[in-house]
Structures are given as structure tokens and as C-alpha cells.
Design a protein around this ligand. Structure first.
Ligand SMILES: [Cu+2]
Length: 119
């Protein structure tokens, strides 16, 4: 039922969500502080750790001069893929499934962001 996503450098803005994720969107749509902003700067996610609630949104902003980034997450319960992120671009992800995740960059292997999604 779920499509398996492989980090790809071809899609500029495209990303896909599973049916399960779409279903979860409804739950947290009206809640507070999101989107939380994560900056990508000097080949790091800033901050490198964040705690949010299920249904909240993280906005990834490529604030790193001329560099491309490519944010993705692959896990059993939740995944996304930003495609290539042009300098100055932003990309929103709704974390609709609780869990502890590590978000990575397909271009810079040392970039890591811990996302803790509470119920
Ligand atoms: Cu990167």
C-alpha cells in the first residue's frame, strides 16, 4: 500500500506522501506553534534537535548560500523526500505520525536532524 521512496535528485519540488500520512493531516491541522522553522546553514540543520506534536509542521529553509540540500526521512512509519532544495527555497513537512526520527540530507551525509513527534 505504501510507495517506497528513494531519495532522488531529479525532482525539484516534488514529494510524495503515503495515504496514512494524508489521513493524519486532519488531526493536528488547527493546532498552534507550527510551522517550526529548521534552517539549513553551513551544512547543518539548525537546530539539530526538535520536539513537536503529531500533526505539526516543520518548515525547512535552505539558507546556505549557493548550496543545494536534499532533505529526506526514511523509516517504517513515516517518510518524505524534499527533492533538491534550491538556495533560498523552503519545504514544509507535516509530521502526522508520532515517533523519533532522524532527518538526513541526501547531499551532505553529516547533516542530521532529530525530530521527536509526540502523540
Ligand atoms: Cu545538505
Amino acid at each position: 500500500m505504501r510507495a517506497r521512496l528513494i531519495p532522488s535528485r531529479t525532482g525539484k519540488f516534488g514529494f510524495q506522501m503515503t495515504a496514512a500520512i494524508v489521513g493524519g493531516l486532519l488531526a493536528g491541522a488547527a493546532l498552534g506553534a507550527s510551522p517550526y522553522v529548521i534552517s539549513q546553514k553551513d551544512r547543518e540543520f539548525r537546530p539539530q534537535e526538535i520536539v513537536i506534536k503529531r500533526g505539526e509542521t516543520i518548515r525547512f529553509i535552505n539558507d546556505d548560500g549557493e548550496l543545494l540540500h536534499h532533505t529526506y526521512l526514511s523509516s517504517d512509519t513515516f517518510e518524505f523526500d524534499s527533492g533538491d532544495q534550491q538556495p533560498g527555497s523552503q519545504f514544509d513537512v507535516v509530521f502526522s505520525v508520532a515517533g523519533d526520527y532522524t532527518v538526513l540530507c541526501g547531499i551532505h551525509p553529516k547533516m542530521k536532524l532529530g525530530v521527536h513527534v509526540k502523540k
